[in-house]
Ligand binder design. Structure first.
Ligand code: ADP
Ligand code: MG
Length: 729
């Protein structure tokens, strides 16, 4: 097994600046998450450079990254077409022109004619302009070659732009040189030394005994040393596709840590106590009455999920269930039924959504159903949001504390320290991925005494079943895999941006039938001010194009909540016909009369985001459409991933299929990352390809936890450190 030794550090590790608590370098390192030695050791290179060989210039080809060594024959600063340092290097086989637009006097000195240097960079040109024989360098000082050197015509023959330059003759490294992802203010060599030092210091003994690891697994230290400094003869493809045995070791360890910590969390939960929520299912129960007032019949999937929740609530262990279902699958009803069961048992239920608009939109209907039924029982619904006036909030908080508010609906305000529940037993979190772990933890602390509340999390961005089952060892999952009947599928069309006029016609067609339209502008993350300007311009443009009789409204994240709510109310009431919106969040509304959604710059949105947006139409019986406008020409190019996203949108409307494609396009790390704020991500393993390792980890985790709890603890600690706590939330 080839194991290369990392070269000895050339310099001392970065020093702390005198007098300051934390140096700029340390701050930059921290930004990359590099604090403990193990963090450094696990910070793998993005790619490698081969500095182990010196090649003759004559053997290099256009586009090669090559390391050559030779003598500088000429060096001068020229000023046309712009100031630059030009040097010529000769290695006996050919010459290469070195060009630097930014350079220091020290570099100029290093490149003084006569010096022997080693340079490394990408070779451009080498063929010269038409008419010159291949491989022969251009005559210098000819017909203005320096001025003509711009615009990619490499009149100088072989050229390297900004190559790295070292003194010639230093020993060649034995291993490939790692290149790490870095951040502003942190030079690659500094980062490289820091990683090297961390790697050397980190305790990397094999915690899990070798006989328990997958067969032929490398040792951890061996694997990491190799991944930072691979032997030059390694098949780079096996590092790139992570199939190399050294990678297998890392992935196995990571998956094991993830499974162990989830298993631990599950066992801890089994030891916790929650109120038993069991009430007679008689005709007089809130649950039964709610079913009675519904204007529709629950789907089979809703009934099944309700049953699964009921089973959990009737146990003395806290429920920890994820309810996932496509947009429009009717999760809110399942939440309402759960709340009713909780209230029937004499307890309080809290319902939270990430924004006020979502809270009122998602739960408005539910409250409408439950409020009259609660009133008959002398109970009520309390609203708690951040924008409430103090007096109102105090009154609500008092109702929560007295227990009169059986159902508490709102945003994060629900878990604010000041809110005390009389008998909280069930917490329901909508759009769970948008709540931080701290918030979920705070919720847990709101139950009575030593009891924990039951937790139901809802997510409209479904995770493919297999992934959910294996990744969330610690969650129970209910899936709404059936849409309520009577929905007409939404037709999705891709339209190039320059065909905007056709889209306007389409809007007019819908408006003429009394329908309503959403127009979504992309969020430009850097600047809300720019977003606002764009959206306002779009609103004005649409208002102009559609004529006076059409009311076009605008919704933007910068608007005060009250104003947002007023706009939403108008759109819901139908007095606004077209709603221009920038923020994806705020479109989480339910207006069945809206039949057309236009998404501008659709190529900039994520796939599940697009799918979520599309879910806002097709909620009524009318045929609905979603138009994805994509940029052409100057305003942007649609990249490969973006094209795959748009294609998926046209080809399928099934949220699970969308999730599967999203996973394929993005890879699970990012896929879960976008959904799981705070949960530890898999940095190395890839659930799409590492199913076998995952099976191994799932099988080993309980055995290790039972047989060697101390080893299990150390292993989790090494891999997840402080993040392990988060998993338990
Ligand atoms: P989501 O899963 O996206 O949160 P909602 O709970 O908002 O979906 O439900 C979407 C719409 O479907 C709502 O208008 C809701 O009242 C309606 N709905 C829910 N369940 C049914 C059902 N079984 N039959 C008909 N309509 C339903
Ligand atoms: Mg919902």
């Amino acid at each position: 097994m080839p194991v290369s030794k990392p070269p000895a550090p050339a310099d001392a590790p970065p020093q702390r600046a005198p007098g300051s608590g934390e140096s700029a370098v340390q701050r930059a390192l921290k930004k990359l998450g590099l604090v403990r030695d193990i963090d450094f050791a696990l910070y793998l290179p993005l790619r490698y450079e081969d500095e182990t060989r010196i090649v003759p210039l004559a053997s290099t080809r256009e586009g090669d990254t090559a390391q050559v060594e030779g003598v500088i024959t000429e060096c001068e600063v020229v000023y046309r077409p712009r100031r630059q340092l030009l040097a010529t290097l000769e290695d006996g086989s050919d010459t290469v022109q070195l060009r630097f637009f930014n350079f220091y006097p020290s570099q100029q000195k290093q490149l003084a004619p006569g010096s022997r240097v080693r340079v490394r960079g990408e070779v451009k040109g080498g063929f010269g302009p038409p008419g010159r024989p291949k491989g022969q360098s251009a005559p210098l000082g000819g017909s203005g070659p320096r001025a003509a050197g711009e615009r990619g015509g490499y009149l100088f023959g072989r050229t390297m732009m900004h190559p790295t330059v070292k003194a010639a003759g230093t020993p060649l490294p034995l291993a490939l040189t790692p290149v790490y992802g870095t951040t502003a203010g942190l030079a690659q060599p500094v980062l490289r030394r820091a990683v090297q030092a961390g790697l050397a210091r980190a305790p990397l003994d094999d915690i899990v005994p070798a006989h328990l690891m997958p067969p032929r697994a490398w040792g951890l230290r061996e694997a990491l040393s190799f991944l930072h400094y691979p032997a030059p003869d390694v098949a780079l493809a096996t590092l790139e596709d992570h199939s190399h045995p050294a990678w297998q070791r890392l992935k196995a360890e990571e998956l094991l840590a993830q499974q162990l910590s989830q298993l631990q969390a599950r066992r801890e939960r089994a030891a916790q106590r929650a109120p038993i929520l069991r009430a007679p299912d008689g005709a007089g129960s809130l649950h039964a009455q709610l079913l009675g007032v519904l204007p529709f019949t629950p789907t089979g999937a809703q009934r099944r999920a309700d049953g699964e929740v009921a089973g959990d609530l009737a146990r003395a262990q806290p429920m920890h269930r994820l309810l996932q279902g496509d947009v429009g699958s009717g999760k809110t009803l399942v939440a309402a039924l759960a709340a009713a069961r909780c209230i029937d048992a004499g307890f309080q239920c809290a319902l939270m959504a990430p924004t006020e608009i979502l809270a009122s939109q998602h739960f408005g209907k539910l409250v409408g159903w439950l409020d009259p039924l609660l009133a008959e029982r002398g109970l009520r619904v309390a609203w708690l949001t951040g924008s409430q006036k103090k007096r109102e909030r105090d009154a609500m908080a008092a109702a929560v504390e007295s227990g009169e508010a059986a159902l508490v609906v709102g945003t994060h305000a629900v878990i604010s320290e000041k809110v005390r529940f009389a008998r909280l037993a069930l917490a329901i979190v909508d759009e769970q991925h948008r709540f931080g772990v701290a918030q979920r933890l705070a919720l847990r602390g709101k139950a009575e005494g030593a009891l924990e509340p039951h937790l139901l999390m809802m997510s409209a961005t479904p995770i493919p079943r297999t992934l959910a089952m294996s990744y969330y060892a610690d969650l129970d999952v209910s899936t709404l895999d059936e849409l309520p009947p009577g929905r007409t599928p939404v037709i999705t069309r891709l339209v190039a941006e320059h065909r905007r006029d056709e889209v306007i016609e389409r809007i007019q067609g819908q408006l003429a039938q009394g329908r309503q339209v959403y127009w979504v502008c992309p969020l430009i993350e850097e600047s809300e001010a720019v977003d606002l300007r764009n959206a306002t311009a779009t609103r004005d443009e649409l208002a102009e194009a559609l004529g006076e009789r059409v009311q076009v409204g605008l919704l933007h994240s910068r608007m005060p909540t009250a104003e947002k709510q007023a706009v939403m109310a108008e759109f819901t009431a139908g007095t606004l016909h077209v709603l221009v919106s920038t923020t994806v969040i705020e479109v989480g509304v339910d207006v069945p009369n809206a039949s057309l959604m236009v998404i501008e710059h659709a190529e900039r949105f994520g796939l599940s985001q697009l799918h979520q947006l599309r879910g806002r139409v097709g909620r009524g019986a009318a045929a609905s459409a979603c138009v994805l406008l994509y940029a052409t020409g100057d305003s942007g190019r649609v990249g490969e991933a973006a094209r795959a996203r748009l294609k998926a949108m046209v080809e399928t409307a099934d949220g699970f299929e969308i999730a599967r494609r999203d996973l394929e396009i993005r890879g699970p790390g990012e896929f879960l990352g976008a959904r799981q704020s705070g949960a530890p991500l898999l940095r190395f393993a890839d659930l799409a390809t590492d199913g076998r390792l995952l099976d191994w980890a799932r099988e080993l985790a309980p055995r290790l936890l039972d047989g060697h709890p101390e080893l299990a603890r150390r292993h989790v600690d090494r891999w997840l450190g402080t993040r392990a706590e988060y998993l338990k939330a």
